[in-house]
Design a protein around this ligand. Structure first.
Ligand code: AHG
Ligand code: MN
Ligand code: MN
Ligand code: MN
Length: 333
């Protein structure tokens, strides 16, 4: 592929997904249509986020989902619910912003269930720091959709991804055959393939955790973070990078290597991150990129959720780094 040919051979996310679809001859293109509606939602939120400060979209919505909801939380939720319903390819929608699952009306139902965090990193909206959207997709058998259809382990997901609204708008996606990153070209309004076949480095020099919770950590987490800061084998200490938006912290971990952890602690034994639409999609991507994701007890994708919004501790990132944490938790037995 000459540079010239490369430049004019635009691989858009739509073309990429169609290529994937052609590998499944029996496919009727439902997934492609579903994904195009998710992409539409991401483009809309990207534009709303970039205007947030100007369009008075910052600040509180005055509603809560157990945490205070920001205006942009509520707006992006509305956008995704509408986009997903109008795709005609979904039957159940689970959002961080809605206490109950949304059952799509029969005339618009399809075979997919989408779990999503419409706006991740809300605490960073008002100061203009990167935020994002996280989503996971399950296939649901064609019957009257019930909540049981959603209570599936993350390993059953057929696709997962996130869109990060930062200096550029980057969508990272896996449909179960590796991980690919696309960057929005605002002049075209298209996501262009910029990070083909992402693989996370086997080791990394960065650890990412909210050290402010250190007082409440358990033994293995405390030991692991101690090891990052005061390595005994004479290697140099790791750097700490913590943005406070899971999408941004995970994206950096995926590209640079290292470890992201939101452990459980004495105050919140299940940590803070939600299983269905934060832990599962990010764990799916990490494994597809050659990394690992661990809950402190089991492989994160093996977890079977009992409740829509349940939380789990999560340790994810470079293969070797997660191995170290698994050994520390195994030793504590
Ligand atoms: P959300 O904004 O969707 O509620 O998610 C926020 C999460 C996640 O983005 C981030 O990793 C974590 O909160 C940060 O939590 P702390 O501020 O407790 O570190
Ligand atoms: Mn929230
Ligand atoms: Mn979130
Ligand atoms: Mn959120």
């Amino acid at each position: 592929h000459s540079a010239e040919a490369q430049r004019t051979d635009l691989m858009t996310i739509t073309r990429f997904v169609l290529n994937e679809q052609s590998k499944h001859p029996d496919s009727r293109g439902d997934f492609t249509i579903l994904l195009s509606h998710i992409v539409l939602g991401c483009k809309f939120v990207c534009s709303a986020v970039s205007k947030a400060g100007l369009a008075k979209l910052i600040g509180l919505a005055g509603e809560t989902n157990g945490e205070e909801q920001k205006k942009l939380d509520v707006l992006s939720n509305d956008v995704f619910i509408k986009a997903l319903k109008s795709s005609g390819r979904t039957c159940i929608l689970v959002s961080e912003e809605d206490e109950e699952a949304t059952i799509v009306e029969p005339s618009k139902r399809g075979k997919y269930c989408v779990v999503f965090d419409p706006l991740d990193g809300s605490s960073n909206i008002d100061c203009g720091v990167s935020i994002g959207t996280i989503f996971g997709i399950y296939l649901v058998n064609d019957h009257e959709p019930t909540l049981e259809d959603v209570m599936q382990p993350g390993k059953n997901m057929v696709a997962a991804g996130y869109c990060m609204y930062g200096s550029s708008c980057t969508l990272v996606l896996s449909t179960g055959a590796g991980v690919n990153g696309f960057t929005l070209d605002p002049s075209l309004g298209e996501f262009i393939l910029t990070h083909p076949d992402i693989k996370i480095p086997k080791k990394g020099k960065i650890y990412s955790v909210n050290e402010g919770n250190a007082k409440n950590w358990d033994g293995p987490t405390t030991k692991y973070v101690e090891k990052c800061k005061f390595p005994k084998d004479g290697s140099s200490p790791k750097s700490l990078r913590y943005i406070g938006s899971m999408v941004a912290d995970v994206h950096r971990t995926l590209l640079y290597g290292g470890i992201f952890l939101y452990p459980g602690d004495k105050k919140s034994p299940n940590g803070k991150l939600r299983v269905l639409y934060e832990v599962f999609p990010m764990s799916f991507l990490m494994e597809q990129a050659g990394g690992q994701a661990f809950t402190g007890k089991i492989r994160a994708l093996d977890l079977v959720p009992q409740k829509l919004h349940e939380r789990s501790p999560i340790f994810l990132g470079s293969y070797d780094e997660v191995e170290e944490i698994k050994a520390l938790y195994a030793a504590e037995g």
